[in-house]
Design a protein around this ligand. Sequence first.
Ligand code: FAD
Ligand code: DLZ
Ligand code: SF4
Length: 507
Amino acid sequence: KPRLILILGDQLSPDIAALREADKSRDIVLMAEVASETDYVPHHPKKIAFLFAAMRKYAEALRADGWQVRYTKLDDPDNAGSIPGEILRACDDASTDEVLATEPGEFRLIAALEEMPIPVHQFPDDRFLCSHADFEDWAEGRKELRMEWFYREMRRKTGLLMDGDKPEGGKWNYDHDNRKPPPGSVDAAPMHFTPDETVEEVLDLVGSRFDNNFGDLKPFWFATDTGQARRALTHWVKTALPRFGDFQDAMMKGERFLYHSIISMYLNAGLLGWREVCEAAENAYRDGHAPLNAVEGFIRQIIGWREYMRGIYFLEGPDYMSRNALDHTRDLPGFYWSGNTDMLCLSEAITQTKEEAYAHHIQRLMVTGNFALLAGIDPHQVHEWYLAVYADAYEWVEAPNVIGMSQFADGGVVGSKPYVSGGNYINKMSDYCKSCRYSVKEKTGEGACPFNALYWNFLIRHEDRFSNNPRMAQMYRTWARMDEGKRDETLTSAKAFLEKLDQGAKV
Ligand code: FAD
Ligand code: DLZ
Ligand code: SF4
């Protein structure tokens, strides 16, 4: 009898583990668009459309390669509405009870497969460089799980940018060169793809079913198969990688992509693999096309941060998403769903998120993330927002970035200090402040940049926890030196702002 081979929406790699175990002549590949996956958070319509289009094209490619594929569309009247439901229905129809899967990237779905009335064999997802066991070994006995040490091991393991057993150029990390303020103009743009018939069909479906979700469905220009994603990668390496490093942390009004690669959604869904991506970048360096600071910075994001975040998610376990080390309870402000705020940095980041299902790292960390942390927003609500609104968001990568790196809700597993800043940092790294209603130079009062007073308010609120942190001591000394009137004014200013926020007034 046949076996069912489950392939999820973010498992669209040609060599995904469960498929490698399968027998083309007898087994049936099972893929399903289901409400339980589209609705666990209100995903951005572009994200849903991207995944459905990529799933449908992947299924077509398997069929063309001789596989038998059972594909359930979302509007199929018999759709069981969940992955377990679709497995059971398919088992019934094919008179089988043998199911092979690749381990999902989310505890919720792993548990759902484990709890099925029939056994579902889950193979490890070996599309990653570091297995769960390897990460556990690395973490074992360490007081601090520093990404930098993990990254160096990954460099040695892969041989990427290595010169024998030494790092290329003599240093492991060239981040110091990667902090330039925004350039005068940007001479790069991600490759756009015109929707084909499959994409158009999906756009119709998503447009009618998810019209109420946050986010614009059109224009839709993402790559939706491996061939296209590879073209997008090649285009980026040629046109933008050389300047990626320099402007990695910069933000610019109206410039949504700068020199970023815009490949995270392709990597996370399986259209691209980490190795081909890193090798493309390394080759550009070896050919003299891109400088070391750009290529090292990029490779570090992929074999360092991306793998490290996945390791943390699986190491920490399912309760990670409900951690709230700083006891933050304020509701997520309504403007996260509209962009309707006078704070220009936030309105830029949120508006582009609405239109593109994308914001780059510093926007996510130092604008939307920083504000939520300073304002004391409930980290679980912040987590659900990020999981919904970005085309690249899956819990294994989103949660360690949000709960850990951005909100410090894990109490310091990912970061040794919280990523908070006043308006100064944003002003240094962007050109936003000069067109903002608020004045970044002013520290208190109605017209002052809200980040300024909120920053001190955060530090004082959490003085017990952070004043002994050597990396933050300097800021507490600065506070102590401020005259008392100024300190009172600062805290009063923060309080007035937060009251306005709580009343739902426009800020
Ligand atoms: P580039 O800047 O070109 O970087 C290259 C690649 O490196 C990315 O495609 C990505 O695969 C990888 N990468 C870079 N930083 C990270 C990181 N911190 N963690 C994991 N991979 C990284 N990334 C996601 O893929 N999914 C998420 O849901 C997600 N949520 C985030 C939430 C917050 C609060 C923060 C601060 C970061 C988050 N990131 C997430 C990481 C990062 O912002 C995105 O990977 C990046 O912006 C994607 O754009 P890009 O492809 O243009 O990346
Ligand atoms: C994100 C997502 C969405 C929106 N829809 C589907 C779907 O209909 N079918 C499917 O197989 N997968 C979908 N996914 C991806 C899953 O949510 C993802 O596999 C898990 O969250 C594990 O990472
Ligand atoms: Fe953002 Fe403050 Fe700058 Fe306005 S002044 S853009 S709120 S940092």
